[in-house]
Design a binder for this molecule. Structure first.
Ligand SMILES: [Zn+2]
Ligand SMILES: [Zn+2]
Length: 140
């Protein structure tokens, strides 16, 4: 999602896009691979020398909560959301060789999960599916 859309997105939802939230988003967006919190902090420190880990983690929490970015659990790293609509649950294909991640949309899954869970008393907070393998370029 280009930054102008995160600005629009925040405006539409009445969210405050602080400088650090915007900077963290830009750092993740500019990275061509999933980027970890420590690397984000390093890059943020180049912009604001006083940046501390809590600044990064608070910005990440905000961006995740509002679906602007996703956390790739198996890599412990972050990517920006490719969709311009909020979606529940995320599915990714992860290349084990070059660590590139692509968001894939298995749009029937959320519905199915919701309907199965509605029979139980389990309250879902989030879910995440990561399919590991080799991307086309790395298969050669
Ligand atoms: Zn997404
Ligand atoms: Zn690859």
């Amino acid at each position: 999602m280009p930054l102008k859309d995160i600005k629009k997105g925040c405006e539409a939802k009445g969210l405050r896009l602080t400088t650090s939230r915007q900077d963290v988003y830009e750092i993740i967006e500019k990275s061509d691979k999933p980027i970890g919190a420590y690397e984000i902090l390093e890059k943020l420190s180049l912009i604001h020398s006083a940046s501390k880990p809590p600044t990064v983690y608070r910005a990440l929490d905000f961006l995740i909560k509002h679906n602007f970015i996703h956390r790739i659990e198996s890599l412990n790293a972050y990517i920006v959301c490719e969709e311009d609509h909020a979606h529940h649950g995320s599915q990714f294909i992860v290349c084990d060789k070059c660590t590139r991640v692509e968001e894939i949309h298995l749009c029937h899954l959320p519905k199915e999960i919701d309907s199965r869970l509605s029979d139980t008393k389990f309250q879902m907070l989030y879910w995440n599916t990561e399919i590991h393998g080799l991307c086309q370029a790395c298969q050669k």
